[in-house]
Design a protein around this ligand. Structure first.
Ligand code: SAH
Length: 464
């Protein structure tokens, strides 16, 4: 972006234009919308310019621009449609510090005037840096059609009401009020004429003030394994309506970007063995925000109900008598099993599947190893990287087949997804070789489908 758009305050300032022909007329039509004093320098001005001058819309000087004429001007337009004259006037304006635009000369201009959709005080400026005027015109035409002509009036009345609306708490309540006004109540009232709008605003404010007595709420939302497309529609809606999002470190950036722009984003940073806030800090944080009336989204990776310490947070929220609900998500085992083209259960192989954690608060987690060691068992092992050797030892001690397939899926559903197939016997070595730094899920009893018939060493080689 070479040309950076801004909106210039024009009240009490002057804009100078040199020229009296077609190009000057076109620019003046736009400039007269501003509150600046407009000085036009032209020896032979178009009759229309004379009329505007007599109506007091601009100040006409019937002569060519001279040194000193641009002193104090905010902007200068060289619109004589004559290269030499434009260069002369532009040089004068530049020495006096005005920003210079030379009509139809992008290269020597310091700024360009955008195409404008005017619903004052709502103004849309469209620019293409001179690349595609046709496109700018098409966009302008499209917006002219889409933005109701009453928008400016609504905005003007709304602006005068801002002080009254400050009675609503800052943030969501106030935003909701204005959204309601601009998109629903305002246009509806406008149908009854401009005078109907102010009383409608008073009514609307009362309704919204009553609504703010409303309490905060916590949504425990599963964000899925990382791919934003694996978010549920409910999760998206919750993010879209959140005042505060408290998220884990595993949540991908692409998902966080879906949160409402105004939402406060807090990284609670819980990840495996890394540094993190304590659980009680997180509980307190959730409660504190909800107590202040916020719609809080507690965003957890995968499904919030799977190894997410959800109950501790729910207890804290319930104890504070704050309402809550859970939005289920796709757990990483579901994404990982899809990635290897297998199913979690299969007739004549396994009629149950276990979700295990490699470690718990006390260290390596204990499980019913003898049941797991039976042929055909399938387990999705979360947080299993560090405890892989322990798990392998326990299973083999209880008689598990050394050749039982084990598959590691790192970053399931994310662009960096990696699948490594191995066996129970080779698991620790495979993990060392693979050097996985991302979150990884381990399937005990499942091999990647495509590779099922290949010797394990070959799978390993290909995967690495
Ligand atoms: N609630 C989450 C699990 C949280 S425990 C869920 O339902 O998925 C964190 C563990 O989940 C990680 O150690 C890893 O084993 C697994 N995990 C989370 N995201 C993952 C991903 N994209 N790919 C593979 N494993 C993942």
């Amino acid at each position: 972006m070479n040309h950076f758009p801004i909106f210039l305050a024009t009240e009490g300032r002057s804009i100078v234009l040199s020229g009296g022909g077609e190009a000057a007329l076109a620019k003046l039509r736009l400039l007269m919308k501003s509150q600046a004093t407009i000085h036009v320098f032209a020896a032979n001005p178009d009759a229309q310019i004379e009329t505007w001058a007599s109506e007091g819309k601009l100040v006409l000087h019937r002569r060519a621009l001279q040194q000193c004429d641009t002193i104090g001007a905010a902007l200068f337009y060289a619109a004589d449609e004559d290269d030499a004259e434009d260069a002369r006037t532009a040089a004068i304006a530049k020495t006096s510090g005005a920003l210079v635009n030379i009509v139809d000369n992008l290269h020597d201009s310091e700024f360009i005037t955008p195409a404008i959709v005017d619903r004052d005080p709502v103004t849309v400026a469209i620019g293409t840096e001179g690349a595609a005027p046709v496109l700018a015109r098409a966009i302008k035409a499209d917006l002219e059609e889409r933005l109701p002509t009453t928008l400016g009036t609504l905005a003007r009345i709304g602006k005068a009401f801002r002080g009254a609306a400050d009675a609503l708490p800052f943030g969501r309540p106030r935003r909701d009020f204005w959204r309601d006004y601009y998109f629903t109540s305002g246009p509806r009232a406008m149908a009854g004429g401009e005078d109907a709008v102010r009383p409608a605003l008073d009514d609307l404010l009362e309704t919204h003030l009553a609504r703010t007595a409303r309490e905060g709420h916590v949504a425990f939302v599963g964000a899925g394994p990382g791919d934003p497309e694996l978010l549920t529609l409910k999760a998206r809606r919750a993010l879209d309506e959140a005042d505060v999002v408290i998220h884990d470190r595993l949540i991908s950036k692409a998902i966080l970007e879906l949160a409402r722009r105004e939402a406060v984003m807090i990284d609670a940073g819980k990840e495996g063995f890394g540094p993190s806030m304590t659980q009680s800090d997180i509980n307190a944080l959730i409660v504190e925000h909800a107590r202040s009336g916020a719609q809080v989204v507690r965003l957890k990776s995968g499904d919030a109900t799977v190894f997410g310490r959800l109950d501790e947070e729910i207890d804290a929220v319930s104890d504070a008598q704050i309402s809550w609900h859970i939005v289920p998500g796709i757990t990483s085992a579901s994404a990982a099993v899809a990635a290897i083209g297998q199913s979690l259960t299969k007739r004549n192989r396994n009629s149950s599947v276990r979700f295990l954690t490699g470690h718990d608060m006390k260290g390596f987690a204990d499980h019913d190893w003898s049941a797991l060691a039976r042929p055909g068992e399938v387990a999705a092992i979360y947080m299993g990287k560090k405890s892989a050797r322990f798990i392998q030892g326990r299973l083999m001690m209880h008689g598990a087949d050394r050749a039982t397939p084990v598959t590691l899926i790192e970053n399931a559903s994310r662009p960096e997804q990696r699948i490594v197939g191995t066996t129970l016997a080779d698991l620790p070595q495979t993990l060392t070789d693979a050097d996985m730094t991302g979150p990884a899920l381990m399937f005990y009893g499942l091999a990647p489908r495509a590779a099922a018939a290949q010797p394990i060493a070959q799978i390993l080689q290909e995967a690495l």
